[in-house]
Design a protein around this ligand. Sequence first.
Ligand code: NAD
Length: 235
Amino acid sequence: MKNAIVTGGGSGIGLAVAERLRSEGYHVGTIDLAPAPDDPLAQTADVTDRAQVDAAFAAIRESLGPITILVNAAGIDGFQKFTRMTFEEWQKVIDVNLNGVFHTIQAVLPDMIDAEWGRIVNISSSSAHSGQPYMAHYVAAKSAVNGLTKSLALELGPSGITVNAVPPGFVDTPMLRSAEGRKLLGGTVEDHILRTPVRRVGRPEDIAAACAFLISEDAGYITGQILGVNGGRNT
Ligand code: NAD
């Protein structure tokens, strides 16, 4: 069974994960608000909306059959001083980054349980290690994704399903460059490279490689792990 769904597959990390998995022979469907135009198995859906998620999974299943691999990469950032943060801002970031993961995992689990095999990889964030000023909602959501990952690993291990998280450091994607352009990074990407032990910014392909490993048969004894891919820098 080599059918995968990647959320956020229209851009950045999710796009690179989808391409990497295809290059390894997996059949890959993607879900995004703005899917890649050349992706024949792309579904336009909002991960915060359960009905849309269920419909997108059903459409991909109809083309591919049961889905036993899920990579959750859809996400949004958010920058706001906590004293100014509205509940709506808080809720939106939690909704996409955490509740979206809840919906997609619930949507895919019946296939994995039937197959007695599954792989789930959640893209969290290195900011969950140390916190990040003005990103309390984002860090809270990504920390919760790490916690969800660990709990589900224990709950689903007996069903043959592994659940791991990959928290990236700075990765060169439209999300990162947009934050840099709005001067929200506390410096430029180049400044951050100087504080990164391997002295470069992450590439989406770096994250895709870690996901491909965690999905592989070789990683069958790895579950509940938070595998940082961050060039040696945790924030
Ligand atoms: P990106 O903006 O390039 O891609 C994110 C994708 O998610 C977009 O295509 C967007 O349309 C999609 N998306 C957003 N909200 C959605 C929704 N409600 N429903 C469906 N799709 C939705 O960003 P990226 O940098 O590739 O980020 C991918 C993941 O990696 C995110 O979860 C992000 O938080 C995480 N991350 C990124 C970095 C980084 O430096 N780029 C660092 C740490 C964590």
